[in-house]
Design a binder for this molecule. Structure first.
Ligand code: UGA
Length: 438
């Protein structure tokens, strides 16, 4: 496994947990040290437990030495694919990993399969990875080496379970030999509880990944649009609307939580890459741009709701509860909280923030911009307004009396809809997506 980020490390650890001997490769020394000590370099429930079981027994071995792939039969590339400034995909790490992989298997006599797990725009495996791999390994794809695309659908926060029990497996291959090798590995990994397996062309597999994230992001922007409309109708709560439409099989009940907009390292990056990819081919996918604009607007809305409750935010103290882009993770990349904090500060507010897991990462992003509190109660102490940005269980334990006791004025924007509105009638409470006659 080249690249020990979320996808690489979780996949490596789960493979190892089911007895596959895995070499995990990364060029980040701190990461390697941490994993060798059986500690994941990021917060992911259940992962340390798997590392503890597999690292000591050396079923999972981590190193920065790429040449070790020559001792393996199959190598997955799971390095990052960030955005360039114009939103298009940056393939620098994929190219580098491919080059190193090819160099490492140059002298190898037996068959080796390379698998692209990183999210890459359609055509990358065949037009970018393939020539680099063939040139660096000195072998054409076919007899001696194989090349597949195998996109990943795991979510942060539930990555271990998602890796063990994926909804679907997609293998994109040019030939039966490489597809068969990867499929056999995955059949062995999943055993009797095998997920549906789709074997297709690499370009199709690559587009499946973008299609999945585009559809998921669309659902979030769609439910947020309905939430914003619901907000304008007294006593209408988008939760009830979502619950009702969730019963319609063509819609389905999952991923209908209205809120402050999606965050995380993938939706925004992947939508931008897909928009850019599509425009380069002469088609402007306006719907994808609208998904993104709708998402961005949710942050303005949170700030506007705060202003509606508090009045001018100039000089006001606003407590932001939650910085992670969702619960169960310490990741603040593209988090809605960061956008909202920016909006609040532009309106003159001073921000005090707390998150049970993501503060170390947030501190790197929000240098000198916010005050960090020790816990949720100290965050709301003396505040003029409280904005709930992440649906952590810790926050759900707060009661109306806590806000009444601690805050200067109990103005609450429940952007994640974690509190029961009927219990908050005495406070200035706004739940995103709940219409009010006030
Ligand atoms: C997402 C996809 O769900 C994974 O399938 C995919 O593998 C991954 O991106 C990726 O491309 O690597 P992830 O970013 O970990 O996974 O998180 P999600 O659970 O999808 O949530 C994304 C954002 O949408 C979060 O900010 C979440 O709070 C928000 N969201 C999600 C909502 O606002 N409402 C919902 O109903 C669901």
């Amino acid at each position: 496994m080249i690249g020990l980020g979320y996808v690489g490390l979780c996949t490596a650890a789960t493979l190892a947990s089911r007895g596959f001997r895995v070499v995990g490769i990364d060029n980040d020394e701190t990461k390697i040290r941490s994993v060798r000590g059986a500690k994941a370099p990021f917060h992911e429930p259940g992962l340390n437990n798997l590392l503890g079981k597999t690292i000591k027994k050396k079923i999972l071995y981590v190193t920065d030495d790429v040449s070790m792939v020559s001792d393996t039969q199959l190598t997955q590339i799971a390095v990052g694919t960030p955005s360039l400034e114009d939103g298009s995909i940056d393939l620098t790490y994929v190219k580098k990993a491919t080059q190193e992989l090819g160099d490492a298997i140059r002298a190898k006599q037996t068959y080796h399969v390379a698998v692209v797990k990183s999210t890459v725009v359609p055509g990358t495996t065949n037009t970018i990875v393939r020539p680099i791999l063939e040139q660096s390994s000195g072998k054409p794809i076919g007899e001696k080496i194989g090349l597949c695309s195998n996109p990943e659908f795991l979510r942060e926060g539930t990555a271990v379970n998602d890796s063990l029990h994926p909804d679907v497996v997609v293998i994109g291959a040019n030939d039966a030999k490489s597809a068969g090798t990867l499929k056999n590995l995955l059949l062995g990994f999943h055993g009797k509880n095998r997920p549906p397996m789709i074997v297709t062309r690499p370009e199709t597999a690559e587009l499946v990944k973008y299609a999945s994230n585009a559809f998921l992001a669309a659902r979030v922007s769609c439910v947020n649009t309905i939430a914003n409309i619901a907000q304008a109708i007294p006593d209408v709560d988008v939760t009830e609307v979502a619950k009702a439409i969730g019963h319609i099989p063509r819609i389905g009940a999952l991923f209908l939580e209205a809120g402050p907009g999606y965050g995380g390292s993938c939706f925004h990056k992947d939508l931008q890459a897909l928009i850019s990819f599509s425009k380069e081919r002469g088609y402007d996918p306006t719907m994808l741009s609208a998904i993104e604009e709708t998402n961005e607007y949710q942050s303005d809305r949170v700030a506007a709701l705060s202003e509606k409750l508090v009045g001018s935010l100039m000089g006001k103290r606003v407590a932001v509860l939650g910085l992670a882009f969702k619960n169960g993770t310490d990741d603040v990349r593209e988090a809605a909280s960061i956008r909202v904090i920016d909006r609040l500060r532009k309106k003159g507010a001073s921000v005090v923030a707390y998150d049970p897991a993501a503060m170390p990462n947030a501190k790197k992003l929000l240098v000198n911009e916010v005050e960090f509190a020790e816990d949720e109660r100290s965050a709301i102490k003396g505040a003029d307004c409280c904005v709930v940005m992440t649906e952590w269980d810790e926050f759900k334990r707060l009661r109306p009396k806590d806000f009444l006791r601690e805050m200067k004025t109990p103005n609450i924007i429940d952007a994640r809809r974690i509190f029961e509105p009927s219990k908050y009638e005495e406070l200035n409470y706004v739940r995103m997506g709940l219409g009010s006659s006030k």
